[in-house]
Ligand binder design. Structure first.
Ligand code: FAD
Length: 412
């Protein structure tokens, strides 16, 4: 990419400091770019539950020298157990013991912890600006003029949006972006740990399109989630009080897990509410503006592979850009490498996520029977049978993607 000023390193603005943004910044900085990361919140966000780092993404962390630190920060989750109305195990799947397999990955880490590791690894080589965001983008053949909410104006050689599925800046350059809702909302929150909690991810299929899950963390609390199949859209735009009311009405008769979650909500516990949607775009770049991570291709949490895609995709984008002086060729190469992997991740099994959240008693009985059967089979069947039933865990295999060579000095 020819830089704005001859003899100066090319400048890149990355918007979003969660997983994809700092990973991209790490590798671009290593390749000699001058990188600025802007994040709209006032600091790194701590929220979020356990995310899986599998296959190719695990290799990305390895190449960043962060694998050991990430392994030392795992949540300690021992596996996934589906439970009945009284919390008794129906089917249990121990954690994976390699880079890729099992509902619970070996590298299971809180999203906020992973974000912190990535930030720590980049803060000296990258300029971070918190509490600001892009308001305007105006590009020509040689660069992008960026107007920030703070009023600042600056020109960059390239702008990459890593703002997650609900990116607002995306619409400025990609009006054709299409959101495909899955008909399910999830609320995540942290609740106090109690004596009968375990280090397993316990998942209760509650019927009438509802589910409750409790997961351990390594800081002495429990990461809870409730999910609800619903045809009503726009719930994510309600205020917190409105969302809490929706959850209270939907889960008040659910016997396991829900009472303590509703108590926490009544006590004002903060929660993160998501209306699950995939992002589909015909292209992940428009001139000198590009997308990466969930902003480009969100596959949703039911894919089980969002963080893996973000890490591998950000690494690949940096490698593709650094390999050529022509940013168009670099962006095309990135897209060509990542599209097949993303397409597989987004192609959820038929019936997902409804099959895992049956609305009828009969549907729930069938699911429980399938889970019992899956748990009685050798571990290698888990990805197929349980993945097929629940629509996640190992589709596609996260090691099916081959990473390019590590980005090196930016091509002249
Ligand atoms: C707070 C939070 C909690 C999450 N919890 C879970 C979870 O429990 N389970 C799960 O599977 N996935 C969770 N995710 C999603 C998960 O992190 C992603 O699926 C995956 O890691 C891909 O990450 P990403 O970096 O592409 O996007 P994201 O992780 O969504 O990060 C996007 C970043 O961009 C920032 N941003 C948004 N808009 C702007 C803007 N206009 N200007 C500047 N910055 C902006 C956001 O504040 C955020 O830091 C969570 C994401 C967030 C932000």
């Amino acid at each position: 990419m020819s830089p704005l000023t001859v003899g100066m390193p090319p400048t890149v603005l990355v918007s979003g400091a969660s997983v994809a943004g700092p990973t991209l910044a790490f590798w671009l900085a290593r390749a000699g770019y001058a990188v600025t990361v802007v994040e709209r919140t006032d600091g790194l966000r701590e929220e979020g539950q356990n995310v899986d780092v599998r296959g190719a993404a695990r290799e990305v962390l390895r190449r960043m020298g962060l694998e050991d630190a990430a392994l030392a920060a795992t949540t300690g989750e021992q596996g996934t157990a589906f439970v009945d109305d009284r919390g008794r195990d129906i089917a249990a799947f121990p954690a994976g013991t390699d880079d890729t397999s099992g509902p619970t990955a070996e590298l299971e880490i809180l999203r906020g912890r992973l974000g912190q590791l990535l930030f720590d690894a980049t803060e000296h080589d990258v300029e971070y600006r918190f509490g600001d965001q892009v308001r305007g983008l105006d590009q020509d053949a040689n660069g992008v003029d960026v107007t920030f909410a703070s009023g600042a104006q600056e020109r960059f050689d390239l702008v990459v949006l890593a703002e997650g599925v609900n990116s607002r800046t995306r619409a400025l350059a990609f009006p054709e972006a299409r959101k495909q809702h899955l008909g399910m909302v999830i609320a995540y929150l942290t609740i106090p740990r109690q004596d009968d909690d375990t280090d397993w991810w316990r998942w209760y299929v509650a019927g009438r399109g509802r589910g409750v899950s409790l997961r351990p963390d390594d800081v002495g609390t429990i990461r809870a989630a409730v999910n609800l199949m619903t045809d009503t859209r726009g719930l994510d735009e309600l205020d917190s009080a409105g969302q809490a009311t929706v959850l209270r009405r939907a889960f008040q008769d659910v016997p396991w897990g829900a009472p303590r979650i509703l108590d926490a909500l009544a006590d004002g516990a903060p929660f993160y509410f998501e209306d699950l949607a995939q992002m589909h775009l015909p292209s992940w770049s428009a001139g000198r503006i590009a997308l990466v991570g969930d902003a480009a291709w969100c596959a949703t949490p039911v894919s089980g592979i969002g963080t893996t895609l973000a890490l591998s995709g950000a690494y690949t984008l940096a490698a593709s850009l650094a390999a050529t002086p022509d940013h168009r060729a670099g962006l095309a190469d990135f897209e060509q490498r990542m599209r097949p992997f993303v397409a597989k991740a987004q192609s959820l099994p038929p019936g997902t996520p409804g099959l895992a959240n049956p609305r009828t008693d009969r549907g729930r009985a069938l699911l429980w029977a399938a889970l019992r059967l899956a748990a009685s089979r050798p571990a290698q069947r888990v990805g197929g049978l349980v993945g097929g039933a629940l629509g996640s865990f190992g589709r596609p295999p996260a090691d099916a993607y081959r990473l390019p060579e590590a980005p090196s000095a930016v091509a002249d």
